[in-house]
Design a protein around this ligand. Structure first.
Ligand SMILES: [Zn+2]
Length: 451
């Protein structure tokens, strides 16, 4: 009975090769792995003289896979990749390890590597592995903003994977991002039929797809080289000219600073307030625009432009939301940029700055030492402290720019990973920790306000 239990425990060490080897030494190896002491596991393996080269290779690869799992749990995806690469080098013909390697690449944002390894092995994949491989490929293509390639992959796999809710959700997002709301609705009904339910995010996207179809009655779509503009059908051509002119300038100006240009059309919906509320379920008049992280649409509640002052405000809203959009694309929607950087940069890149208003908010904050000290909040409600938060975020980005730190900070944003956090990046770009930076910023502003 005892021996049976031990064998059961050792199953994950691919034990069929080892039934006749000393169980004691193997169980020591297992204990090393349980302690995540991989060095110990490897030296135990070396001392197992009874195993032949092949058997040792199986275990050696297994140790690397366990190591990768441990790195994964610590969100250290880079070292997880290194470990699976080692396992793959030991057993290059092992299909499961190849699929594991593709998953590790995907997590570490090595999208082309993930695609290339799946392409190499796909003719040898079994049904289950096919499904997994298609999901990896589709996600990699989506991160690379190639939604048609992702759709191709998912559509081929749908027949085999009718139970996979994930497949349907990815497919629906691709249809929404490529302006095919009817197909997205079809996908949602197939998902509901085959998997029995829709998530709340599915429901939200389904609502958006329905809204997009409904809007066609009174809205029209115009296309420029980089944008797809949805605006009211009775809006005049002058308004469209203004929208496209501002958008094209934002494309150049924001693109230059962030060094990023989207690979697809950016869809921008100019909606009247009523339709904006129905589309987004946001009633607050304070919301001047938003970027939707799933559909990647920019939604702007704007009907017409009657005076110049309004045009400046609209320019600010467009530049602001477009900045959010690019930051989102640059970081592959991984949400690893702190809110203050998102909002600070979006305000900093607005072309019309009203510094007087900002200083009015900042001055008492600085003089009464009533600013955010270290951890800028990750969530600001529209009612409490939002103005202060926005003013501080903007001023901090302005300060980083005055000091010449902004280009380095911005250029490294696409490199953010679980193992290269914004805090690391920040120290690398400014030479300061966040709290030191904030104190330097406050001191500099304090000197200005004291004069
Ligand atoms: Zn914003």
């Amino acid at each position: 009975m005892k021996i049976y239990m031990l064998l059961y425990y050792l199953r994950h060490l691919t034990l069929q090769y080892c039934l006749f080897c000393p169980i004691f030494a193997l169980s020591e190896l297992r204990l090393c792995l349980e302690r995540q002491d991989f060095y110990c596991a490897e030296s135990r393996l070396d001392s197992l003289k009874q195993l032949n080269g092949n058997q040792k290779d199986v275990l050696r690869a297994e140790i690397q896979l366990q190591k990768a799992l441990w790195h994964d749990q610590n969100k250290d995806y880079r070292n997880a990749v290194f470990a699976v690469e080692k396992a793959h080098a030991i057993q290059p013909e092992n299909i499961q390890i190849s699929v594991r390697l593709a998953t590790a690449y995907l997590r570490n944002h090595d999208f082309y590597e993930a695609i290339s390894i799946i392409e190499r092995i796909r003719s040898r994949l079994g049904v289950e592995e096919q499904i997994m491989a298609s999901l990896i490929l589709a996600q990699a293509w989506m991160k690379l903003e190639n939604y048609n390639a992702a759709l191709n992959e998912l559509r081929h796999q749908e027949y085999q994977s009718r139970q996979s809710g994930e497949l349907y959700s990815l497919m629906a997002i691709c249809y929404i991002r490529t302006s095919q709301p009817e197909s997205a609705l079809d996908v949602f009904s197939r998902k509901e039929k085959n998997t029995g339910s829709l998530s709340s995010e599915d429901q939200r996207l389904k609502h958006q797809a329905q809204q997009n179809i409904r809007l066609r009655e009174k809205y029209t779509t115009a296309v420029s080289s980089s944008f797809r503009v949805v605006m009211q059908a009775n809006g005049n051509s002058e308004a469209l000219r203004i929208y496209l002119d501002i958008l094209d300038r934002a494309y150049m100006d924001v693109g230059r600073v962030l060094d990023y240009y989207p690979k697809n059309y950016t869809r921008v919906l100019f909606l009247n307030r009523e339709d904006f509320v129905e589309y987004t379920s946001i009633e607050s008049e304070a919301v001047a625009g938003l970027h939707d992280g799933a559909s990647l649409d920019l939604l702007i509640p704007w009907e017409k432009i009657s005076q110049n002052q309004e045009k400046s405000r609209l320019e600010n809203v467009i530049y602001h939301e477009y900045t959010h959009h690019l930051l989102n694309l640059m970081t592959k929607q991984s949400r690893n940029i702190p809110l203050w950087v998102h909002e600070g940069l979006a305000q900093f890149l607005e072309p019309h700055q009203d510094m007087a208003v900002k200083h009015q908010i900042l001055k008492p904050m600085i003089l009464q030492a009533n600013y955010y000290r270290q951890d800028m909040p990750e969530n600001v409600s529209l009612h409490s402290g939002a103005f202060q938060f926005y003013a501080q975020a903007h001023s901090m980005i302005q300060f980083a720019s005055d000091k010449g730190w902004l280009p380095s900070l911005v250029s490294q944003l696409p490199l953010l990973r679980a193992d290269f956090s914004f805090a690391d990046l920040f120290v690398k770009s400014t030479g300061l920790k966040m709290n030191e930076f904030i104190e330097t910023w406050a001191k500099t502003l304090g000197e200005i306000y004291a004069d």
